[in-house]
Structure formats: C-alpha cells, structure tokens
Design a protein around this ligand. Structure first.
Ligand code: ADP
Ligand code: NI
Length: 213
C-alpha cells in the first residue's frame, strides 16, 4: 500500500487524545520523511510506517498493536515492504524495546522523539497533564532533580500516572534526555535548537511560578 490514502489514515485516528491526535501523526510523518531523504533511507517505507505508527487505541503496548494493525491494513503489499514497515512501527517507542535495527526505523524513532521536544513537546506535555488533571508546576527543577533521584525511568513508571506528576517531572524523567538519544545525524542537528528552547521554557516557568519574574 504505497498508495495509502490520507483521508483513510485520518479516519483511523478519530479517537486519539490531543498528544497523539492525527496532527501528531502528520508532524511525525513530515519529520520522518525529511530525515529519510537526508539520510538516504527508503522514503516510502518511512512514510507509510509514520502514518500508521500510533494507529492502535491502547497506549501501553500500542507499538506492538499498531504493528499488527499495519500488517493487516497492508495485506496486499509485497512481504518485504510490509516487514520493513512493521519493524519501524514495533521499534518506534523510545522507552521500550526493540531497538530500531534499520535506517528506516531509526528515522521514525527520531521523528517521534523530535515531536516530543521543542515548543510542540512542551505543548504536548501540558495537554497530557491537563487531560489528567495534573498540577501545572510543583517544584523548581533543582529540587525536583533531587526528589526524582538517579533512576528516572523507575520514577516515571511509579509516578507518571499521578496528578502530582507535572510536565517538569516529565522534562527531567524523559524529555531532557531525548536530544542526546537521536540515531541519525540529521535528527541530532534538528534536536539541538528544540532542546535549548524547551529547557529555556521550563527554567522561565520555574522563575514565574516562584514569583521571581
Ligand atoms: P510513546 O507513545 O512514545 O510511548 P508516550 O505516550 O509516553 O510516548 O508520550 C507521548 C507524549 O505524551 C510525549 O510528548 C510525552 O512527553 C507526553 N507524556 C506522556 N506521559 C506524560 C505525563 N505523565 N505527563 C506529561 N506528559 C506526558
Ligand atoms: Ni507511539
């Protein structure tokens, strides 16, 4: 299905939340195709994988469920194409295995991470917090850093679902590390400015929230 129709794909995402809505899929697709062209990856594999990467409703294992759905949706495409797309989708979660083993999968993984940082990343973190009813801000970053401790993944697993987990928590547990985890040189370059903007936003938020500005 190198011929997947955009309106059909849009209809598959009707139930998604603000952070994962079709807008996210379109942004990730645009970024992933840009990375694919710059890095010399197969653009069609990357494009179709990006369009279908979050298609399953379930959040927890959505990479595996989305990969299964993609295999069904692509049933009349050549097997090598389908396998390549399926691997990209299975390996798109930056917090979970498997690691992306192909250049195409690395492009999608990097594009999804780029959409989690910068101004859009900040907006998504607050949209997520708003949907949960979480507080906007709780502690300045240095204090939060102490509270979270060294095992950021474990802290996020334990507290990510609570209303006391704010976007600043998400910054320290996950978002601040994404720029350094890019696979492709093109994404690493794009991540630099997004990362700097995001960090500056959260530092400013600390100042305003404490009445220092
Ligand atoms: P993935 O689909 O790669 O597993 P997630 O669903 O964990 O990613 O996160 C998707 C987006 O939602 C990211 O931008 C992330 O920062 C944001 N997000 C996830 N959990 C939280 C949370 N508890 N608080 C704020 N933002 C969150
Ligand atoms: Ni995802």
């Amino acid at each position: 299905m190198s011929t997947i129709a955009l309106d059909f794909v849009r209809s598959l995402y009707e139930n998604a939340d603000a952070a994962h809505a079709f807008d996210h899929v379109l942004r990730v697709t645009r970024l992933a195709v840009h990375l694919a062209k710059a890095e010399g990856a197969d653009v069609e594999i990357v494009r179709v994988a990006a369009l279908l990467h979050d298609v399953a409703d379930s959040r927890r294992d959505h990479h595996l469920a989305s990969a299964r759905m993609a295999r069904d949706l692509l049933d009349d495409a050549p097997a090598t194409f389908v396998d390549a797309v399926v691997h990209c989708i299975e390996a798109h979660r930056f917090s979970q295995p498997p690691e992306p083993a192909t250049l195409e999968a690395q492009c999608l993984n990097d594009a999804d991470k780029l959409d989690a940082i910068g101004a859009v990343g900040v907006a998504r973190a607050f949209a997520f917090a708003g949907a949960r009813g979480s507080r906007l801000w709780a502690y300045p970053l240095p204090e939060l850093d102490q509270r979270i401790g060294l095992d950021r993944e474990a802290y996020r697993r334990a507290h990510g679902g609570s209303q006391d987990y704010t976007p600043s928590h998400e910054l320290l547990c996950k978002l601040a590390g994404l720029a350094d985890s890019m696979y492709t040189a093109t994404a690493r370059q794009l991540a630099r400015e997004r990362h700097a903007f995001m960090m500056a936003f959260f530092r400013r938020l600390d100042e305003e929230a404490q009445g220092l500005r």
